[in-house]
Design a protein around this ligand. Structure first.
Ligand SMILES: NC(=O)c1ccc[n+]([C@@H]2O[C@H](COP(=O)([O-])OP(=O)(O)OC[C@H]3O[C@@H](n4cnc5c(N)ncnc54)[C@H](O)[C@@H]3O)[C@@H](O)[C@H]2O)c1
Length: 348
C-alpha cells in the first residue's frame, strides 16, 4: 500500500492499494473516527461494494447507516443534497459522527458538500471507486452540487479526513468509465512529468499510475488550495473539453471531451511552433492506447464561441493551459481575440 500525505488545512492521508475495502474500519479508526457513520453511495456501487465496507465497519463496532442515490450527474442536485441533510437530522447525526463517500466523483462531490454544511461541518472519508475519483476528484477538497444554470455552481472547499483508493474496484468499471478516468491521468503526465507520461505508454500498473497522479495533484493543491493560481493548470484540455461536452448535448463524456480538448490545443501549439512536436506524437499514442477519441465532428468555430462563456473567462481575457514540451505546460492569459485566432487561424 502507498500512503501519500496531503499537507492542506487540515492535512490527511491518501491510501492507495489493492483490496483495501475489507480493512476500511481499521484505516478509519487510525484517523480517530468512531461512532455513527452514514455511507453514501449510488445504485451501481451499492450492489458491488457496500456490503464489504459495511460488514467490516459493523464487525468493528461502528453504527452504520446507508443512503443510496440514483447516480449520474443528475444526482449532484439540490434536491438530493437536501434529502441527505434531512436524513442526517432525522437520525440525529452529531458533529462527532461522520460520512463516507463510496463511489465515483458524483458521490464524492455530493457527500463532501453535505459534510461541509451539515451542522456547519462534520468529518467525511472518501472511498473512490472510479479512475477519475482515485486520480482527481477525491483529493483536493473541492465539493459541489449542480444548479440549473450549470455544473458545480454551489460548493465548498472542504478536505476529507482520509481517502482510501482501493484500485481493485477498477476491475468492474465499464470500459468507457475506465477510459474517461485515464484522460485525467494522462493530463497529469502532460502537465508535470516527462518520465511518467512516457511510462504510461509501456506500463500497465494502475496502482503506480494513480499514486503518481495523486502525488502531482497533492503538490498543486498544497501550493494553491483555493484555486487562485497554479491549480488552474489542472484545467489542461478542459476549456475546449467543456465546450465539447456542452455542444454534444453531453453525449460526449467528460473524459472523452478532455482528451479531444488536450489534442486540439496541443496540435495548435505544435502548428504554431510553441510546443515540442513530441508532445503530439505521445499524446496521440496514449489516447489511442486508452481508447480515447482524438477528434470531434463539432465545428471548431462553434467550440471557440462556447469557450467564451466559460468560467475561466475574465472580462476580455481567458486563461489557457498551453503545452510547451513533454511534462511542461504554462498558464497563459490571452485576450479573447488572440485566443480565437490561435484556434481558428490555420483552419481557414
Ligand atoms: N471535486 C473535484 O475535484 C472533481 C474533479 C473532477 C471531476 N469531478 C466531478 O466528478 C464527477 C464525475 O465523476 P466520475 O467520472 O467518477 O463519475 P460517476 O461518479 O458518475 O461514476 C461513473 C459511473 O461509474 C459507476 N461506477 C463507479 N464506480 C464503479 C465501479 N467500481 N464499478 C462499476 N461501476 C462503477 C457509477 O455508478 C457511475 O454510473 C463529475 O460530477 C465531476 O464534476 C470533481
Amino acid at each position: 500500500m502507498i500512503k501519500i500525505n496531503v499537507n492542506t488545512m487540515p492535512k490527511y492521508d491518501v491510501l492507495i492499494g489493492k483490496n483495501l475495502l475489507e480493512n476500511t474500519a481499521n484505516f478509519i479508526k487510525e484517523v480517530g473516527l468512531t461512532g455513527k457513520v452514514l455511507v453514501i453511495t449510488d445504485k451501481t456501487v451499492d450492489k458491488l461494494y457496500s456490503k464489504v465496507v459495511i460488514d467490516n465497519l459493523q464487525a468493528n463496532g461502528f453504527d452504520v447507516f446507508k443512503y443510496v442515490i440514483k447516480g449520474g450527474e443528475k444526482s449532484k442536485s439540490g434536491k438530493d443534497y437536501l434529502k441527505i441533510l434531512e436524513f442526517l437530522a432525522k437520525n440525529q447525526f452529531t458533529r462527532s459522527d461522520f460520512l463516507i463517500a463510496l463511489g465515483g466523483g458524483v458521490v464524492g462531490d455530493l457527500t463532501g458538500f453535505v459534510a461541509s454544511t451539515y451542522l456547519r461541518g462534520i468529518p467525511f472519508v472518501q472511498i473512490p471507486t472510479t479512475i477519475l475519483a482515485f486520480a482527481d476528484s477525491s483529493v483536493g477538497g473541492k465539493t459541489a452540487i449542480n444548479l440549473k444554470a450549470g455544473k458545480n455552481l454551489a460548493g465548498a472547499f472542504y478536505q476529507p479526513k482520509l481517502v482510501i483508493c482501493d484500485v481493485s474496484t477498477a476491475k468492474t468499471l465499464p470500459k468507457e468509465e475506465y477510459a474517461n478516468g485515464m484522460a485525467e491521468v494522462i493530463k497529469y503526465g502532460m502537465l508535470f512529468d516527462k518520465d511518467f507520461i512516457k511510462s504510461l505508454l509501456n506500463e500497465n500498473d494502475l496502482e503506480s499510475a494513480i499514486a503518481k497522479s495523486v502525488e502531482w495533484k497533492k503538490k498543486v493543491v498544497e501550493s494553491d488550495e483555493k484555486d487562485n493560481a497554479e491549480r488552474q493548470l489542472l484545467n489542461f484540455g478542459h476549456t475546449l473539453g467543456h465546450a465539447i461536452e456542452k455542444e454534444s448535448g453531453f453525449k460526449i463524456s467528460h473524459g472523452s471531451a478532455v482528451a479531444i480538448g488536450m489534442r486540439i490545443i496541443t496540435q495548435k501549439a505544435v502548428n504554431k511552433g510553441l510546443c515540442d512536436m513530441n508532445c503530439l506524437g505521445l499524446l496521440d499514442a496514449l489516447l489511442t492506447k486508452y481508447n480515447l477519441p482524438t477528434k470531434t465532428d463539432i465545428k471548431i468555430e462553434k467550440l471557440v464561441n462556447t469557450t467564451l462563456i466559460d468560467k475561466k473567462r475574465k472580462g476580455d481575457y481567458i486563461t489557457i493551459v498551453m503545452p510547451k514540451e513533454l511534462g511542461v505546460c504554462k498558464l497563459e492569459k490571452m485576450p479573447i481575440e488572440e485566443w480565437k485566432d490561435f484556434i481558428l487561424k490555420d483552419e481557414n
